[in-house]
Design a protein around this ligand. Structure first.
Ligand code: MFK
Ligand code: FAD
Length: 496
């Protein structure tokens, strides 16, 4: 009889994850952990169930229906089953709300991101609009724009699926995604004072959201970043029809294929300025920093899924007389990936903990959060691709075969270093955040952490000194500084 290989299986992804469990026990008071543990356990079981479901049903992807049978333009987007249950899951588990509610005080972000981490892979990137919704709530709160806060924040944080809103983040255009100063979308004012947006947005993920924060250039404002303004757009009118928005097509993407990412035209969609109609990038920056943190958490989730599957498979697959799990080199390969993952995990949840304390934080802690956020995003984005690629290889030929589910992990991982700021753009953001003297402050913070952790056994202080000297030696030489920014940022990230 032909040999049939056992497929990899997933257990409860909360119970089976000692890294998550250890972090929660370390960072959360026992009462908080006890209060959230039943939810985490359910999410862990959901993750395992969804993996199995996805293996046994035929693949589904969203589809755009632009016209109805009678010729009317409808631009309806049909979603996958996981997306259709997204609002109910979000309301039930508070993937956005938990990060803002007072229930667990400074631990809110740890609670929230533990939930997100368990949900991400099963969600089929429903976490993308959730990240943007969290980012929108955070940016609106920071703006102080009372009427818009009252309009949108309770919806974005709703615990009732019927009231829940999702937000998009409309920045990227054909001329520029990294360089948003090239934005061509124009904001014009009607005689009655209503602002309307006209232009084309080139990547709008989850255009199905009820609102979006969009960058546009008020007519007559000058060129450049600072003249851009931030607007809140409601995507539907009172009858539920698109509100001056045309969906041109859905993107045909390498991965994240369950996430509907659309190209759209704005044809006079009414828009409300967030604050004064200028400084749009400064206004949207809190959103960027929150979505970048989500990106890091979801990159961790992908790595954890890869490792869970690769380790399970190594126990089921024999080669050269024993399970792969007992082949020293295979074991060492997986162990080194697991070590990288674990370090990244603690880095990201350190950032999440800082974000949770931001309201009470000292200026030094805020500066630390500002610089660690792009570092965490850029580090985990690239690491997720590496771990997913190694995972394909750890499955041998099976890792290259679509219906094992393994190639999708790699295709999906490749998005993490691209959206929300590419690796290079974030390395430059690290330079922006550090300014001229920030490296010393960062090195000091790292040393304090090392002391807390019982000393510097791995020469991390030397590594930070080298980074500081490198940075200082390029003072005033902007091109040289930028050319080395990626190496500099990855050195800092690795040290942390
Ligand atoms: C599943 C997981 C979750 C992920 C979901 C994501 C879904 C995908 C959605 C997207 O991809 S949305 C599009 C994301 N696009 C980007 O991230 C744009 C990348 N480009 C950058 O980040 C550029 O650095 C940026 C456009 C922000 C700045 O370019 P400029 O023109 O060089 O701006 P400038 O003049 O340096 O900065 C303008 C202001 O913003 C300055 O403040 P001031 O006006 O007070 O001087 C900056 O300090 C401030 N700023 C910029 N980045 C900041 C920031 N402030 C705080 N934090 C930051 N990160
Ligand atoms: P470019 O800016 O043209 O970059 C090309 C290359 O140049 C990159 O490697 C970049 O690192 C490098 N580069 C650029 N500037 C510099 C520099 N100064 N120094 C060194 N290197 C540099 N955007 C939205 O606004 N909303 C969305 O909902 C959204 N969803 C997305 C969904 C998916 C699946 C994807 C893939 C993208 C999405 N984006 C979205 C767009 C995304 O944010 C942009 O693609 C990204 O920010 C890069 O912009 P770009 O594509 O214009 O690339």
């Amino acid at each position: 009889m032909d040999f049939i290989q056992d497929a990899p299986a997933l257990g409860n992804q909360y119970r089976d994850d000692p890294v998550l469990g250890g972090m929660l026990a370390h960072l959360l008071p026992a009462g908080v952990l006890a209060a959230i543990e039943a939810d985490l356990d359910e999410l862990g079981a959901h993750a395992a169930r969804a993996w199995l479901d996805a293996r046994t049903r035929s693949a589904t992807e969203p589809a755009l229906q632009q016209w109805d049978a009678w010729g009317a333009r409808i631009d309806r987007i049909d979603l996958t089953p996981a997306w259709r249950e997204g609002a109910a899951m979000t309301a039930r588990y508070g993937f956005v709300a938990a990060g803002h509610e007072a229930t667990h005080g400074v631990h809110a972000r740890i609670d929230q991101f533990a939930r997100v981490y368990l949900y991400h892979v099963a969600s089929e990137f429903y976490t993308c609009p959730l990240a943007m919704s969290d980012g929108a709530a955070t940016a609106l709160k920071a703006s102080g724009a009372r009427a818009l806060i009252d309009l949108a924040v309770p919806r974005l944080l709703a615990r009732d699926p019927a009231r829940l809103w999702l937000s998009g983040q409309w920045m990227t255009e054909t001329a520029g995604g990294s360089d948003v100063a090239r934005t061509g979308t124009v904001a014009r004012r009607d005689r009655d004072g209503t602002w309307r947006l006209y232009g084309r947005k080139w990547f709008t993920s989850a255009v199905v959201g009820e609102m979006a924060l969009a960058l546009a250039r008020p007519e007559g404002a000058g060129d450049g970043t600072d003249a851009l303004a931030l607007f809140l757009v409601e995507t539907r009118d009172a009858h539920g029809r698109w509100n001056g928005i045309r969906i041109d097509r859905l993107k045909d993407k390498l991965g994240t294929r369950q996430l509907p990412t659309a190209e759209i035209h704005l044809e006079g969609v009414p828009a409300m300025p967030v604050g004064e109609p200028a400084h749009g990038v400064r206004m949207i920056a809190p959103m960027l920093n929150v979505t970048r943190t989500w990106n890091a958490v979801c990159a961790l989730a992908t790595m954890r899924r890869c490792l869970a599957l690769a380790v399970d498979y190594a126990r089921r697959r024999d080669a050269f007389g024993r399970p792969l799990a007992r082949q020293p080199l295979h074991r060492a390969t997986l162990a080194s990936l697991a070590a990288e993952f674990e370090a990244a995990f603690h880095f990201v949840f350190f950032v999440a903990a800082l974000l949770g304390r931001v309201a009470q934080a000292t200026p030094a802690e805020r500066a630390l959060l500002r610089v660690l956020t792009p570092l965490a995003k850029l580090w985990t984005g690239r690491l997720a691709v590496r771990v997913a690629s190694e995972t394909c290889e750890a499955f041998g030929g099976a890792g290259y075969i679509e219906n094992t589910g393994i190639p999708q992990l790699l295709r999906d991982a490749q998005v993490f270093p691209i959206w929300e700021g590419t690796t290079n753009v974030l390395a430059l953001d690290v330079l922006r955040a550090l300014g001229t003297d920030g490296v010393d402050a960062l090195a000091q913070a790292a040393r304090a952490l090392l002391a807390e952790a019982g000393g510097d056994r791995h020469g991390i202080g030397d590594c930070l000194d080298a980074a500081r000297d490198w940075h200082a030696s390029r003072r005033g030489a902007r091109d040289a500084l930028e050319a080395g920014a990626r190496g500099f940022a990855t050195t800092l990230a690795r040290a942390f």
